[in-house]
Design a protein around this ligand. Sequence first.
Ligand code: SF4
Length: 85
Amino acid sequence: MADARPVGVAEEWGYLDGGVLRPARTGAVCITCQHFRYEVGSQCVTVLTCPIHQGLIPQGEHLTKRCRQWMARRELAVGWCPEVG
Ligand code: SF4
């Protein structure tokens, strides 16, 4: 059965411009952002992506930087299963 998702689109994006990501001293970095995504590219290398900017995040910078559109991950903001409890 064919996979309906587009293949390789995000992988073809360019890296985010230098002015987009800013150093962060808190846990509010790309990896904790609601918008952060990753996938395995055609070369079997993990590709870090941001659909908001439609760009690639350089390896390592997802741990130390963020942009102004950072948003807390929903499961961290409201819990994994907010309907229970
Ligand atoms: S919106 Fe900003 S903080 Fe969130 S993943 Fe994209 S670049 Fe990182």
